[in-house]
Design a protein around this ligand. Structure first.
Ligand code: COA
Length: 281
């Protein structure tokens, strides 16, 4: 399909072979996030979330940037000039699309092609997986212009990196490249820029073979258990699987059958053949 562009031209998506490619398309402003971009990206994600013609979403940026973080002019200066109501509205618009992405129905992948600063750590963390170009640049630049890393960026760096690297990154305002970002855990892998799209496509194709109900239950579980005691996690996971059974009561039975009875696949080596799965009862 052709690219569908948001009303102001700041975001776009196209669906190809089961993958939704979502773009920041404000490259002339290095894809920094204005209130307009936040509103239109939120609308775009909501509009496509439950379509059944894609199973994986990739978020990437046009041009040299993934996203240069919050728009210092429109998100900070202009909202502040309008007063507290406008500040809170701008925050809510940004935070709400990142939250939607954190709990998105489909698996999500950040494909970090270039600059990734400050507020952009919100959507970076919201994506389940992340792959970067080796020469992409990651930075908590907030300290360089006189604020703390807000918009949850301080929380995110502590979630993803260790204490010393988080502190250095936030206090020094120095950038790290994709390779270091991978070592720190900000992304899964860094690959050369010319291989980035192929690697992300390869990963997306593997995800497309998995049971989608199990994938949604799994991605939510991995996020949720991080904040639970062991006992609470044990209990949550029992109930989360039982809830997943409500949406798909045949997947796991078919998986067991293909392994134990048909001997056509081994779970240790890949996914069962979904095309043979009877419709859920
Ligand atoms: N907010 C507002 N405008 C931004 C922006 C941001 N976060 N990032 C880039 N822009 C604008 C620039 O003002 C410039 O606008 P202009 O063409 O009207 O002058 C345009 O985007 C291009 O940016 P430029 O700085 O010329 O591009 P570059 O490729 O030389 O540098 C960056 C890229 C990302 C290093 C640089 O733009 C930058 O430092 N951006 C701010 C990063 C940041 O601190 N983000 C905030 C985190 S909360």
């Amino acid at each position: 399909m052709t690219k569908v562009i948001s009303p102001s031209g700041v975001a776009a998506y196209e669906i190809k072979d089961g993958i939704a490619w979502v773009y920041f398309t404000r490259s002339e402003k290095r894809n920094c996030m204005s209130p307009t971009l936040n509103k239109e990206m939120g609308d775009l994600l909501a509009e496509i979330e439950f379509r059944d013609d894609f199973g994986v979403l990739v978020l990437t940026g046009e041009g040299t940037s993934w996203s240069a973080g919050m728009d210092l002019k429109e998100y900070f200066r202009e909202a502040e000039a309008k007063g507290l109501g406008a500040i809170r509205e701008a925050q809510a618009q940004a935070y709400s699309w990142w939250r939607k992405l954190r709990w998105y129905q489909k698996p999500t992948i950040a494909m970090v092609n270039g600059w990734c600063f400050g507020g952009a750590y919100g959507p970076l963390f919201a994506c389940d997986l992340a792959f970067a170009a080796e020469d992409a640049q990651f930075g908590l630049s907030e300290i360089n212009w006189g604020i703390l890393p807000g918009g949850a960026a301080s929380k995110i760096i502590r979630e993803l990196a260790n204490f010393r690297n988080s502190m250095y990154h936030a206090m020094m305002g120095e950038n790290v490249d994709g390779k270091t970002a991978a070592q720190w855990g900000l992304v899964n892998e860094a690959v050369s820029a010319d291989r980035l799209e192929d690697r992300v496509t390869e990963v997306a194709k593997v995800l497309l073979e998995k049971n989608p109900v199990a994938l949604k239950a799994t991605k939510d579980a991995i996020r949720r258990v991080g904040e639970m005691t062991y006992d609470n996690a044990e209990d949550y996971l029992v109930r989360a699987q039982e809830a997943a059974n409500y949406f798909d009561n045949m997947g796991r039975k078919e998986g067991i059958k293909q392994f134990i009875d048909d001997k056509t696949f081994k779970p240790g080596l890949g996914a069962y053949d979904k095309s043979k799965q009877p419709v859920s009862e």
